[in-house]
Design a protein around this ligand. Structure first.
Ligand SMILES: CC(C)(COP(=O)(O)OP(=O)(O)OC[C@H]1O[C@@H](n2cnc3c(N)ncnc32)[C@H](O)[C@@H]1OP(=O)(O)O)[C@@H](O)C(=O)NCCC(=O)NCCS
Length: 146
């Protein structure tokens, strides 16, 4: 992970940099960017950007906009294909989980497509369990209880 810098986004305008960044068939389209902007404004949101020089490496965000009290939601995680399988996803997710713990959350949730095995494996590494989400049946909801 030589020369890769991880910073916390401080300004909503920085989110535009993510526009059209993609990996596999997942892309930060305008709708995703707008949602990220909306959640950035909330109290206790954490937006982590990884870069190598000026080059985009990865992004991960966590916020507390989840319908169960005291849970944080890992809303987005994306590692550029040139930087995958280097442990960057793990590192960003770990920072988000620690952050939620420090905010006295009960746990963290995230959602993914049922075909997305890299994300499913990543979640398993952290001990997330599949959770029968009454509000979302289109994919898998993962929950990690602290
Ligand atoms: C999921 C994703 C963020 C993983 O990022 P990464 O930096 O490559 O992951 P890491 O190198 O930290 O790997 C962590 C674990 O994830 C799993 N994993 C990562 N890439 C994988 C792949 N291509 N296939 C299967 N498992 C994979 C492995 O279990 C790995 O642990 P290991 O190295 O001990 O085997 C990345 O594949 C990605 O950006 N995917 C596209 C965007 C996306 O789908 N985001 C989730 C939307 S819900």
């Amino acid at each position: 992970m030589c020369n890769i810098r991880i910073t916390e986004m401080q300004d909503e305008k920085d989110i535009e940099f993510l526009h059209n960044k993609q990996s596999f068939n997942y892309r930060f389209d305008k709708a995703t960017i707008d949602l990220l902007k909306k959640h950035f404004r909330l109290k206790d949101s954490l937006y982590l950007l990884a870069e190598k020089g000026e080059e985009f490496v990865a992004f991960c965000s966590v916020d507390r906009e989840w319908w169960e009290d005291d849970f944080f939601f890992i809303r987005e995680i994306l590692v550029d294909p040139n930087f995958q399988k280097l442990g960057i996803g793990k590192k960003l997710m770990s920072r988000c989980i620690e952050y939620a713990k420090n905010k006295k959350a009960k746990g963290v949730v995230t959602e993914t497509d049922s075909e997305n095995s890299p994300m499913q494996n990543l979640c398993s590494k952290f001990g997330f369990k599949e959770w029968d989400n009454p509000k979302w049946k289109e994919g898998i909801t993962y929950k990690l209880l602290f």
